[in-house]
Design a binder for this molecule. Structure first.
Ligand code: AMP
Length: 393
């Protein structure tokens, strides 16, 4: 762990620039889900407890370097005030004067950083101007850490920098799951396509002991082994790539788990007539929409033999019952092992979080990352610029 936390910083009387992710859903001028806002509260409270004065930096939507009134962060102020239990001063100009006038218990929120074209370009000049507003930099926006923007990267190099509590929790969980995991380590990768998860599979095959491949991408792997998959979603042009991944797994000693049985249907709709068949028995006019119970039973055994699990992507077309069965059952098994203290379980990615939500197990995993792109890039083994900037001396 080469990055600092709030515990390493002296903040008394300091102006603290805090990069947060409060890119929350809004309807009719109101925040409809304040989860992201609630999650930054511990960081702000800890800064205040240490005598620091928080100045919040954030983006909202994609205004592309222009002032777009509908994308003003002003809309988040009531939800921020409710979460913090104190007033929040919103600033959309004259930043220097506002910061100079800041009282010891004030919290400031600056206007959407992406209104400035410099932000997304990681512009040094824009970062320099931001740096003049504070003494210390805290990054609490893991979900924006895969982008090198002025407020996530260039700014971090200009001021004494550390991770906020949310970033700290996220990085600790992710490091425990993949950088220095307790073994055996199993990864579950599902979802629609191999092509969007190539880097992910390539990296995991080198690092994990067991790799479970599910969902639409498993169909491509079955096809690569010469198994007929009927009308299933698959990328038939990717079968060579799938074969190469299987070869690499053999070389690295990673055990690959593909579905042993499948649930097929002729229609892609809720309650469609379905049947469970061996993986090599998909009828010509049917499509594979989920893994079957035999597959789930063997996954449970794999999970039970492991100490750490990392999960991205559903095992079937989970939005449409009954094709959510394998995802739900496997998720429940992982949750039970976690509750029993036998497994460390980390999951992330947009679809994965909704699948686990649907299975009702979100609270039982060791850690669930809500950061989509950043979580995936980290699982791919890539360096996240926002994290790297925190670790530079
Ligand atoms: P991804 O965004 O790559 O994680 O893919 C998630 C999507 O893949 C979800 O919308 C699932 O419904 C879909 N999916 C998973 N398995 C299948 C399958 N066997 N056939 C069709 N779609 C699937």
């Amino acid at each position: 762990m080469a990055w600092k936390t709030l515990d390493d910083m002296s903040l008394d009387g300091k102006r603290v620039l805090v990069r947060v992710d409060i890119n929350v859903p809004v309807e009719d001028g109101k925040v409809t889900d304040a989860t992201r806002i609630e999650r930054i509260v511990p960081t702000i409270k800890d800064i205040q407890a240490k005598g620091g004065r928080p100045i919040l930096l954030a983006h909202f939507g994609r205004p592309k370097g222009q002032r777009v009134p509908e994308m003003s962060l002003r809309v988040t102020v009531p939800a921020l005030e409710a979460a913090l239990g104190q007033p929040v001063t919103f600033i959309d100009g004259q930043y220097g004067a506002a910061v100079a006038a800041m009282g010891p218990s004030d919290v400031l929120l600056l206007e959407n950083l992406r209104f400035n074209p410099g932000e997304e370009k990681n512009d040094e000049g824009f970062a320099e101007r931001l740096a003049t507003l504070g003494d210390i930099y805290v990054n609490d926006a893991f979900s924006a850490a895969h982008r090198a923007h002025s407020s996530t990267e260039a700014l971090a190099r200009r001021l004494p920098a550390c991770a906020g509590r949310l970033m700290q929790a996220e990085l600790s969980a992710l490091e425990a799951a993949l950088a220095v995991p307790e073994r055996p380590l199993v990864a579950v990768v599902g979802g629609a396509k191999v092509s969007t998860k190539l880097d992910l599979l390539g990296n995991l095959v080198e690092k994990v002991d067991h790799l479970v491949i599910g969902g639409g991408m498993a169909n491509t792997f079955l096809a690569a082994q010469g198994i007929a998959i009927g009308k299933s979603l698959a990328e038939r042009e990717m079968t060579d790539t799938a074969t190469a991944i299987l070869e690499k797994a053999k070389a690295t000693g990673c055990a690959i788990h593909l579905p042993a049985d499948i649930v097929v249907a002729r229609e892609f709709k809720a309650g469609a007539a379905s049947e469970t068949l061996p993986a090599d028995a998909c009828p010509e006019d049917a499509m594979i929409l989920d893994a079957g119970p035999e597959t789930v039973a063997s996954l449970k055994e794999v999970f039970a033999s492991c100490r750490t699990l990392i999960w991205n992507g559903p095992l079937g077309a989970f939005e449409i019952p009954p094709f959510d069965a394998a995802t739900n059952a496997a998720a429940t098994a992982a949750a039970e092992l976690t509750k029993a203290g036998k497994l460390i379980s980390v999951a992330g990615g947009g679809d994965t979080v909704s699948a686990l939500n649907q299975a009702g197990v979100v609270g039982d995993f060791s850690y669930i990352s809500t950061a989509g792109g950043a979580f995936l890039e980290w699982m791919e083994g890539k360096t996240l610029p926002g994290v790297a900037a925190l670790t530079e001396e």
